[in-house]
Design a protein around this ligand. Sequence first.
Ligand SMILES: CC(=O)N[C@@H](CCC[C@H](N)C(=O)O)C(=O)O
Length: 377
Amino acid sequence: MLSLEKLINIRRDLHQIPEIGFQEHKTQQYLLNYIAQLPSERIEVKKWRTGIFVKVNGTNPKKMIGYRADIDGLPITEETGFEFVSEHDGNMHACGHDFHMTIALGIFTHFVHKPVNDDLLFIFQPAEEGPGGAELMLQSEIMKDWKPDLITALHIAPELPEGTIATRPGLLFANTSELYIDLVGKGGHAAYPHTTQDMIVAACSLVTQLQTIIARNVDPLDSAVVTIGKITSGTVQNIIAEKARLEGTIRTLSVESMQKVKERIEALVKGVEIGYSCRAEIDYGAMYHQVYNHESVTRDFMKYVSSNSHVNVIECKEAMTGEDFGYMLEEIPGFMFWLGVDSPFGLHHSKLAPNEQALETAVNLMSDYLTFKANQN
Ligand SMILES: CC(=O)N[C@@H](CCC[C@H](N)C(=O)O)C(=O)O
């Protein structure tokens, strides 16, 4: 129902107003305004914090099908040079959530005009990048009332060509845990290191030691990631730093490996405490359950795509990305898939430039698939 031109306009509007987790006020208002200008007879809208639930009532409902889109941006300064560049300095839709929302609005619009038998629930979820909105939405009174029988979502994939999707039955995305380590020693004059406990030296040593967990503690046939993405320490060049803070993330393919990696991190941090005469504190922040696609629904979807559309569907490997949609899949049968958007720069990059043709590809594909599923009763 929405032309590619209209989808592109929506995507570019949303691209200009990225907001980080639970601060998506303008984004929420934009989505509400869009929903409000559509015929309202079949729809029910409920706000949830900075997110939204919208139900499209079916003509003869036997079940409810959910479609989830995440809505938050990332704290990255955009460097795309687009004429529709982010208006929020320091924030960018660098993980494609502007695409995810636009596609959800496109599918939603289709069903407002072309109702199907079953009820459809569109979930606009805040804070996917952190601290996590999916689990909280799932626990909300609204979702206790409106609990889908089947749920689906997509994520853009910069490395895949436009016109291609990829998924797999079973594990798709990893278990994740944020990681924050604070080190406190004793600062002082740069010329008197022997009177201090230098937390820059301790932090650098710890970062190097953390890399040995993957090399020496994780089974080579298993996979895991420990990434430190940010270090904060020091004031000026001639003062020895009293404090250091490391911020990172852990990724594993199983809950057991996550436990093991954390045990090793704790042991290495203890070692640094002793070795560098400092105090250390670990905080694991937000943790996300793995994204585990339900086997039969995913296989059926893949079969549906290859027999009923021009979209190329491939079975991919699992990825070390995380997604709190995993919590929804823990309780509701369904699946997630990658949507090819062919960008030379990847997710979480300041120059991410997805091909906008993929907006239409995804809206058409999912409108057709959801029509098929929602008219099966
Ligand atoms: C798809 C994607 O990029 N998701 C994020 C999820 C972040 C989880 C959490 N804040 C963490 O960093 O552990 C990702 O980084 O994979």
